[in-house]
Design a protein around this ligand. Structure first.
Ligand code: FES
Ligand code: FE
Length: 442
């Protein structure tokens, strides 16, 4: 029924507000979106030695991601085969075996059941341990060090899924020798928010910056010009992915190469194509997302004389229609000078993360959206994304810029709802496909 109501609106080109907190829509999303798309698990730099592991979640599926003796990355459901207990509750560590706290069954780094307490005495010789290993995540793959999992064994490959986005990942993650590395631990916290709103806030919404983050203007960190986050390009890509390449009025950043140390620039020249290098030399902020729930921001940050650049990846793990667990990774060029890495890390902690100034600004708005989306009147209210009466931000008033150097459809402003609309299309497509599949089976 929720799907029928949704379909009526979407067919008319309307995006209704109630879908942000509706429990039935949320159930459809869990199965049809998160059950079938590639979910970010970890970065390879979090798993250095054989036996290193981290524990993560794919919405409600707990996952152990570990490195085996051969150096391969494995991912298992973090639930014992015996009675289902949550096997490993540590965030990370190094182990040869995972032993269940309930009855003591133990598993090796291949996920194989290798030990049963009093096994031969209570189970006899007939029990085949091979039948009772940990369940493997159906697909895992990595790109530029980013490890993803997919619960659908028939889903398209990660590379095909990322598609045009790979070019931008190569730029951000592959510009330096040795790539990027995670520094510190991923911070995580719970926010009152819907995952669609948080993902969209990052991937599709530089327009909020001048109002939500007004304090940065008042502190003199950001310019007065209300269009300042709108200069540059918004690039729409297949499968709901998108990136904003924010520059400035002149098409250049205040400082070249995002204020990275000059000693790093020859490395960028070596590792990037001329087109990527040109963008990297001019950009102020990259901000975008991989559908459905992985976002990133790579800013120039700080005050004059103390500017730095870093890459922040964040996963919006839905834990309900109106709650997300935010997972937030700080990443920096592995081969950057050590003191620069530390300065950038401190800058990041002051702005993003649970106590960061920018984070608090955003969190407040996300909470305000879900607070008011489950009332009766919200059921008949649509939001301003669509071309009703042509009240449209940027889009359709602006032609794509065919001179932009990167793949995707690039609009010459980031104050535009192009990515937001493509995310909604992808969202509705995945839900519809799932519902159709079910109907066929019935
Ligand atoms: Fe894990 Fe029994 S539930 S050993
Ligand atoms: Fe923000």
């Amino acid at each position: 029924k929720a799907f029928q109501l949704l379909k009526e609106k979407m067919d008319k080109g309307l995006f209704p507000q109630w879908v942000l907190t509706d429990p039935d829509i949320y159930e459809l999303e869990k199965e049809n979106i998160f059950g079938r798309t590639w979910q970010f698990l970890a970065h390879e730099s979090e798993l250095k030695e054989p036996g290193d592991y981290v524990t993560r979640w794919m919405v409600n599926d707990p996952v152990i991601v570990s490195k085996n003796r051969e150096g391969e990355i494995k991912a298992f459901l973090n639930s014992c085969s015996h009675r289902g207990v949550h096997l490993c509750t540590a965030d990370r560590g190094n182990k040869k075996t995972f032993t269940c706290p309930y009855h003591g069954w133990s598993y090796n780094l291949e996920g194989e059941l290798i030990g049963i307490v009093a096994g031969n005495k209570v189970y006899g010789g007939e029990m085949d341990k091979g039948d009772w290993g940990l369940r493997e995540i159906p697909q895992i793959a990595s790109y530029q060090g980013m490890i993803f999992g997919n619960l659908d064994k028939d889903a398209i490959s990660l590379e095909d899924y990322l598609g045009e986005m790979k070019w931008y990942l190569d730029l951000m993650l592959g510009r330096s020798d040795g790539g990027m590395e995670v520094r510190g631990l991923p911070q995580r916290w719970v926010a009152k928010a819907n995952w669609k709103a948080t993902a969209e806030n990052f991937a599709a919404d530089p327009y909020h910056v001048q109002t939500t983050h007004r304090s940065t203007v008042e502190m003199g960190i950001s310019p007065e010009d209300p269009l300042y986050a709108g200069y540059g390009h918004q690039v729409v890509m297949e499968n709901g992915h998108g990136i904003n390449v924010i520059t400035s009025k002149t098409g250049k950043a205040r400082v070249p190469f995002q204020a990275t140390p000059e000693s790093m620039w020859p490395m960028f020249e070596k590792n990037l194509t001329p087109e990527q290098l040109d963008i990297q030399s001019r950009v102020t902020v990259f901000v975008g997302g991989m559908y459905p729930n992985l976002s990133f921001v790579s800013p120039i940050h700080g005050t004059e004389g103390h500017l730095h650049n870093y890459l922040n990846f964040r996963l919006w793990r839905p834990i309900g229609p109106d709650k997300v667990e935010v997972w937030c990774w700080f990443m920096i060029d592995k081969s950057a000078p050590e003191e620069y890495k530390e300065a950038a890390y401190r800058g990041y902690l002051g702005s993003f993360g649970p106590t960061g100034t920018l984070e608090v600004d955003d969190t407040e708005n996300w909470a305000r959206i879900v607070e008011v989306s489950s009332g009766l009147m919200a059921r008949d209210k649509h939001l301003n994304y669509n071309s009703i009466n042509n009240y449209l931000m940027g889009f359709e008033r602006v032609e794509p810029d065919s001179n932009f150097q990167g793949p995707g459809t690039a609009y010459p402003t980031t104050y535009i709802d192009a990515i937001a609309r493509s995310m909604h299309e992808q969202w509705f497509k995945l839900i519809s496909e799932g519902v159709m599949m079910k109907e066929e089976i019935v």
